[in-house]
Write a protein that binds this ligand. Structure first.
Ligand SMILES: Cc1ncc(COP(=O)(O)O)c(C=O)c1O
Length: 395
């Protein structure tokens, strides 16, 4: 058989999605690994989908997105960033935020271009960089508050970088970048003439008192910012694969070509049905925030009662749990976080993602859980985690 490309030898399959498969192979295991809700999308959206099934459209939409979908995105996001967004020239509708990020990277990167990535990072960015030929430069977000060192960041910018990728709110650490931090990053992007690629799929899952600031809303930043966004998390429709890119006309003109040849377009019937969600008023997003705030508080309280050490997210729905106390026990000597997660599924029926898949640094003591689950499911997951801690008797 002829050789496969060198490219595909340099990254593994997604550990996040692999953990879901391992979870699903085990009866009655609770999947807190891959982040998606177990509750229904808003009824208005599913009702619209039922209508679309009868009325269509069922054929291709315009490759860079159905006109009414783009117009709805332009209205919603234009209001959020305080400027008029041209739905013809400044938006590409993609197959999820995943394709948005890949298209952005392929649009701006030549092989060998350097791109700054904060660590911990969302797993996909590593593969996005490899597939687009970029070389990541990792800048640590330092626990416990996941701040970055301004000098370290400027040193990275000095290495002639093409872009910086920001995940805000951040998966997996739950950081919400402050206005001051974003202004500082923006000032470096201007100083060193780099793009900012910002992944804002959790923009509406931000807990009080934190506030989401869009990089594109900061003075002078729209011109160099490419925003990757998605409907997956905001409307609980991760399976619909709807996302979009927003950016300056010149970037979007090229991104449209990349997107067209990658996928032709996002599913037309689903775009049509999702417009109703994009047109929701502020109260929808307030309610979403309240739902997740309740879940976060419930889950955090439960983890505290068990005695597990963990992060408390400012945004997104992920929590990193410190498993050092477990790994220090004789029966786990030499274990990786991956092995621990596999063991946890097999013995306690709770799936997590090994933290090492998010860090550049050699981290082996963290696992990531999400809480986008019904309260009864979270309660049962907490019971199982409590059982595990008790039986191991280490807390
Ligand atoms: C930070 C981040 N970006 C992008 C995505 C992917 O979003 P989509 O489902 O729209 O492809 C995820 C999914 O978990 C995510 O956590």
């Amino acid at each position: 058989m002829p050789q496969l490309s060198d490219r595909v030898q340099t990254f593994t399959d997604s550990v996040i999605r692999r953990m879901t498969r391992i979870n699903d192979a085990q009866e009655d295991s609770i999947n807190l690994s891959q982040g998606f809700p177990d509750f229904d999308p808003p009824k208005e959206i599913t009702d619209a989908l039922a209508e679309v099934a009868k009325k269509g459209p069922h054929q291709y939409s315009i490759t860079f997105g159905a006109k009414n979908f783009r117009e709805a995105v332009a209205r919603k996001q234009g209001k959020a960033i305080g400027r008029t967004i041209d739905p013809e020239k400044e938006i590409v509708v993609t197959c999820g935020g995943t394709e948005a990020m890949m298209s952005a990277m392929m649009t701006i990167c030549n092989p060998g271009d350097k791109v700054i990535v904060f660590s911990p990072f969302y797993e996909n960015y590593g593969a996005d960089a490899i597939l687009s030929g970029a070389d990541p430069i990792y800048v640590p977000l330092v626990p416990p508050d996941f701040h970055f060192d301004r000098e370290v960041l400027e040193d990275a910018f000095q290495q002639k970088v093409k872009a910086i990728i920001i995940c805000n709110p951040s998966n997996p650490c739950g950081k919400v970048f402050t206005r001051e931090e974003l202004e500082f990053i923006g000032s470096l992007a201007v100083k060193y003439d780099a793009f900012v690629v910002t992944d804002e799929v959790y923009e509406h899952i931000v807990y009080d008192p934190y506030k989401h600031i869009h990089m594109a809303q900061l003075p002078g930043m729209y011109e160099r910012t490419i925003t990757c966004n998605s409907l997956s998390k905001t409307y609980s429709i991760t399976g619909w694969r709807l996302g979009y890119l927003i950016g300056p006309e010149k970037v979007i003109e090229s991104a449209k070509k990349v997107h067209d040849f990658l996928t032709v377009g996002a599913a037309a019937p689903l775009q049509e049905a999702a417009v109703v969600g994009l047109n929701f008023g502020e109260e929808y997003y307030e309610q979403l925030k309240n739902i997740y705030t309740k879940k976060r508080d419930f889950f955090v309280k439960g983890l505290d009662e068990i005695g597990l050490k963990h992060t408390v997210p400012q945004g997104s729905y992920f929590i990193l749990i410190d498993i050092s106390d477990f790994l220090a026990m004789p029966q786990f000597t030499g274990w990786s976080d991956l092995k621990f997660c596999e063991w946890m599924i097999e013995h306690y029926g709770v799936a997590a993602v090994p933290g090492s898949s998010f860090f550049r640094e050699p981290v082996n003591h963290l696992i990531r859980l999400h809480f986008a689950r019904e309260e009864k499911t979270l309660k049962e997951a907490l019971r199982r985690l409590g059982e595990m801690a008790k039986q191991l008797n280490c807390l």
